[in-house]
Design a protein around this ligand. Structure first.
Ligand code: UDP
Length: 309
């Protein structure tokens, strides 16, 4: 039985990974301060520690250490910039030390945000990024970039087996829609289902590429558990770019909604375009997303319809 430590294991991505790990027969410890998740999303059989990742202490040995704890939603992290930076600097160091003590595999969930305002679209892993180092988004972007640098330093100096993934806008059932925690897809779905205005920040011509949660989970499990991947950095996303206005129209039509699409001021440093070059993931893992945006949206809309909105 493999022992896995997951920081942020009660969040959207983390809890999906935890459920998969349980199905694979692993023994899981989750450390999570519940700062961005709603309720408990993991079974009570999981050892749960309610603690900030930077302060978590353990002498236990693990086979895998996974560092996911972060505040991923822009509207939320700009309100908590220090917390955002610490979980992805001191927190990353803490999790690396635990992995070093166990001499085990360390996997980090970085972000497509490390590319910032990318000039190469779809963006490959070897694009260095164009990031405002002290703007509002820097707490997230630079935390992720610092963490990548620290992880590679541990890998080079202590020869631990580290794996870095950069997810691009993962969505699906279970994702939060409320307040500052809500990312664009769940927000648009809930607004559309309620018949409320669908709010676009900026002109709606900015783009993203979206990845359905099951596709993320499939490759993430491989990245974590397959041998000989130490030092790899992998984009996990879709190369299909879609404009935010177009996304709003699709969701409005799929939900038969009467909502109006309205425009508000653009967010500061909001990347204009984002899409993943996934050739590396295809080559190494023989992986491609299999759920189309329409399919994934359909399942997510279904899930939200079943909730008390
Ligand atoms: N967005 C929007 N309306 C919303 C939420 C987001 O127009 O209610 C836009 C946002 O400005 C960005 C894109 O949708 O261009 C994706 O935003 P999200 O918060 O999902 O995360 P990001 O990809 O920026 O990290």
């Amino acid at each position: 039985m493999k022992r896995i430590l997951v920081s942020g294991g009660n969040g959207f991505l983390g809890s999906c990974l935890v459920h998969r790990a349980i199905r694979e027969g692993s023994e899981i410890t989750v450390v999570d301060d519940l700062s961005t998740s709603q309720g408990m999303n993991i079974p009570s059989s999981v050892k749960f520690v309610n603690e900030k990742v930077e302060y978590f202490k353990t002498n236990e040995k693990f086979d895998y250490v996974v560092h996911l704890a972060a505040r991923p939603s822009p509207e939320d992290y700009v309100l908590h910039p220090i917390d955002t930076l610490l979980s992805n600097s001191l927190g990353t160091r803490n999790m690396l030390e635990i992995a070093l003590n166990s001499r085990c595999v360390f996997m980090y969930t970085s972000s497509s945000e490390v590319y910032g305002e990318a000039s190469v679209i779809p963006t490959p892993e070897d694009y260095y990024g164009y990031v405002n180092p002290n703007g509002k988004r820097s707490c997230y972007d630079e935390g992720k970039r610092f963490s990548e640098a620290l992880i590679m330093a541990y890998q080079r100096e202590y020869h631990i087996d580290t794996r870095i993934q950069r997810p691009f806008n993962v969505y699906g059932p279970g994702i939060r829609a409320d307040g500052g925690y809500g990312r664009v897809i769940p927000r648009f779905i809930v607004s559309a289902l309620r018949g409320e205005d669908i709010v676009i920040y900026g002109d709606g011509k900015q783009t993203r590429s979206f990845l359905y949660i099951d596709d993320w989970l499939e490759i993430t499990w491989k990245l974590l558990t397959l041998p000989n991947l130490g030092g790899e950095v992998i984009n996990i996303g879709s190369s299909v770019e879609i404009g935010i206005y177009k996304l709003a129209e699709i969701i409005k039509s799929m939900t038969d909604s009467e909502s109006r699409i309205v425009f508000r001021k653009a967010r500061e440093d909001d990347p204009r375009r984002r899409a993943a070059d996934i050739k590396k993931a295809e080559r190494i893992f023989n992986w491609k997303p299999v759920i189309t945006l329409e399919e994934g949206l359909g399942r997510t809309i279904q899930w939200f319809r079943g909730r008390n909105l």
